[in-house]
Write a protein that binds this ligand. Structure first.
Ligand code: PGA
Length: 253
């Protein structure tokens, strides 16, 4: 069974001007430079991507965007395409974050198109899935997560699937301080792994499934110790260089 290299990603959301972003990157570079046990990625807001990319060249920190629009160019006011992200230096992109659905009306059905647009441009997509509290309380966690996986990975062939990573982010744990227990997270991660084995046996063991939702320096280790949790997608704590570095260090086991 292949060992999955831990992946620690920071989703900065709508935080940091260019000036602030560059200051945070400077601290991250210093604190993360010697970390070789995991893959590292940060996803600043669109406006900071290009200048941050310049500072990340030749470092061990990859650059991601927080979303994309699935058409390469056209009359889509306010949208940013995969080729544009690639050109400014992104290698990764988040797709289907719950805040995109919640605040921007992004349709679940289009997540597959966005994953495919990312892959066409040579970006590595990280598909986010996760249930709301009402869905969990109604016993629908797996139904919802499975629907999101099926929509996001629809139509991908085996080599394409190998380029995708997943993030399980229970919506009730995002930005709330209410982290899923390691057992709650592990349970869904294990179900995702089983689903992947049916969907694509060749890559089911190597595809990384990160946990996201109120990951902090003090709870990261217990989550990352779970056998099916391959990393963390960190929101709030990724804005603090020391906290993000501590989370990355926790992935060393
Ligand atoms: P949080 O956000 O760590 O602030 O809960 C996680 C995410 O939304 O990716």
């Amino acid at each position: 069974m292949p060992v999955r290299r831990p992946f620690i990603a920071g989703n900065w959301k709508m935080h940091k001007t260019v000036h602030e972003a560059l200051a945070l990157v400077q601290d991250l570079k210093r604190l993360l430079a010697r970390m070789r046990h995991c893959d590292l990625m940060i996803a600043p807001p669109y406006t900071a991507l290009y200048p941050v990319a310049q500072r990340l060249a030749d470092t061990n920190i990859a650059l991601g965007a927080q979303e994309l629009f699935p058409v390469d160019a056209g009359a889509y006011t306010g949208a940013v395409s995969a080729p544009m992200l690639r050109e400014v230096g992104c290698t990764h992109v988040l797709v289907g974050h719950s805040e995109r659905r919640q605040h921007f009306g992004e349709a679940l059905a289009s997540s597959g198109q966005r994953v495919q647009a990312a892959l066409r441009a040579g970006l590595l997509p990280m598909l986010c899935v996760g249930e709301t509290l009402a869905e969990r309380d109604a016993g629908r966690t797996w139904t919802v997560v499975e629907e999101q996986l099926a929509a996001g990975l629809a139509g991908l062939d085996t080599p394409q699937l190998a380029k995708v990573s997943l993030a399980y982010e229970p919506v009730w744990a995002i930005g709330t301080g209410r982290v899923a227990t390691p057992q709650q997270a592990q349970e869904v991660h294990a179900a995702i792994r089983t689903w992947l084995r049916h969907r694509c046996a060749e890559h089911a063991e190597s595809m990384r499934v990160l946990y996201g939702g109120s990951v902090k320096a003090d709870n990261a280790a217990s989550l990352l110790q779970q056998p099916e949790i391959d990393g963390a997608l960190v929101g709030g704590a990724s804005l603090d260089a020391e906290a993000f570095a501590a989370i990355a260090q926790a992935a060393a086991g």
